[in-house]
Design a protein around this ligand. Structure first.
Ligand code: CU
Length: 427
């Protein structure tokens, strides 16, 4: 392996270790979706740069929360069902810009009427008001030249909490079929860096002399505005000032994880979660129910969520180790059961012979034990990224060319699910 790449990977592992340590000090923070809530929001559209893990710095256009930095993805709006919400948009770009909120009935005002909505002129403003009539997962994005402006980064997520939302017993849609223990956002996007470079140095008009928008060829793929391994760093990391949101799903056996999956770009992204199937309970902000109040009776299980541009899906994922065929805790048959343990495998031995430590290669996530919560001694300098002896499963785009950062594997639209032992703090 090339020395430069190797030292880059070492830096990555070191940063992951540091971020793991930082995450430990903030219990339960990772179980929430980060965003801004309220009824009155001030967005500013402006230009900045995002970082990609291959060392690139990509010019983008983003929505900022007030005077904050432009964000990729834009600020996640966390709303309450029934509330009337106004988003005021100031435009610091030198092209007209706007926001559309698919799924909501919007009253808009602004400097000029665009094709889809009212627009803010360069230096101008616009305003959008709607009532969040339905709970669910939605997106927002620029309605002005969206084929360019969404690509440039003007896209974000909207979450509407159901009426009567109870943080201690949360549901996505008010019905018990949408109950969950923790929730994570997966806003899936991509970028073609040729477009960003041309817009940065020549201005958007220069695109007219190219086929970049029609012969679209992305090289970066994102979850919540970050490429792996940045997806796994803590939220609000100071070294990613324009990419505040992470995506590092964590859960205990038997927990119900709500996945809010949004197709924020212009390509399809089959999002694949290892470890189990997930039950798709809603699409485009509507519970999959045969009649109002019926619950998610039309829900279905998938091993890969087929995310489509502009569409959203809500899925419930659980994991108990069912079907592994061995006891994940290394119990003897007479030992007591762990919470949510898969009973038929209780006391079944680990099925393969583990080689001696001297014959093994390790890796930062190996805790020294195959058992959940197991931690055994490791050679100096090994391990360290898995302080609770959890299990990790790669979650990624099943269009596997999207698991790279400009052709460097692994990266892109990828993160790791972490299964933590019962009682371990959510990091
Ligand atoms: Cu895979």
């Amino acid at each position: 392996m090339n020395v430069k790449i190797k030292s880059y990977l070492n830096v990555c592992l070191l940063m992951m270790a540091v971020s793991t340590m930082l995450l430990i000090s903030a219990p339960d923070a990772a179980a929430m979706i980060h965003g801004i809530s309220g009824t009155n929001f001030s967005f500013t559209a402006k230009a900045d740069y995002i970082s990609t893990p291959d060392g690139n710095s990509v010019y983008f256009w983003g929505y900022a929360n007030g005077a904050g930095p432009a964000q990729y993805s834009g600020p996640t709006l966390i709303l309450n069902q029934g509330s009337t919400v106004t988003v005021n948009l100031s435009n610091e770009l030198d092209v007209p810009v706007s926001i559309v909120f698919p799924g909501h009935s919007v009253t808009a005002s602004g400097d000029s009427q665009g094709l889809l909505t009212m627009e803010a002129a360069p230096g101008g403003s616009a305003s959008y008001t709607f009532t969040a009539t339905h709970a669910g997962t939605y997106l927002y994005h620029s309605g002005t030249n969206p084929e360019l402006q969404v690509e440039m980064g003007l896209v974000g997520a909207v979450i509407v909490r159901p009426a009567g939302f109870n943080m201690m017993m949360p549901t996505a849609y008010g019905h018990p079929d949408s109950a969950y223990d923790m929730e994570y956002l997966f806003l899936l996007t991509e970028m073609d860096p040729r477009i960003h470079q041309l817009v940065e140095f020549m201005g958007p008009a220069a695109l007219e002399g190219t086929d970049y928008l029609s012969d679209y060829f992305p090289n970066y793929w994102f979850i919540n505005g970050r490429c792996a391994p940045d997806t796994m760093f803590k939220p609000m990391a100071v070294w990613l000032p324009t990419q505040p949101y992470n995506c590092m799903p964590m859960m205990h056996p038997g927990d119900k994880m709500l996945m809010r999956i949004i197709g924020g770009g212009r390509d399809l992204h089959p999002f694949h979660y290892h470890g189990n199937h997930a039950r798709i309970i809603a699409t485009d902000g509507r519970l999959l129910e045969s009649a109002p109040g019926a619950g998610a009776d039309l829900s279905y299980e998938l091993f890969t969520a087929q995310s489509i541009p502009g569409g959203t899906m809500d899925a419930v994922f659980t994991w108990t180790g069912k079907g592994l065929g061995w006891d994940i805790y290394g119990h003897a048959p007479g030992d007591p059961m762990e919470p949510n343990e898969y009973a038929p495998d209780h006391g079944k031995p680990f099925p393969v012979f583990l080689p001696d430590g001297l014959d093994m290669a390790f890796g930062g996530f190996w805790s020294g034990s195959p058992y959940l919560g197991g931690e055994e001694s490791l050679p100096p300098g090994e391990g360290g990224l898995n302080p609770h002896g959890g299990y990790t499963y790669m979650w990624h785009s099943h269009t596997e060319k999207e698991m790279v950062n400009y052709d460097i594997f692994p990266g892109g639209m990828m993160t790791m699910l972490m299964i933590l032992p019962p009682g371990a703090p959510m990091m």
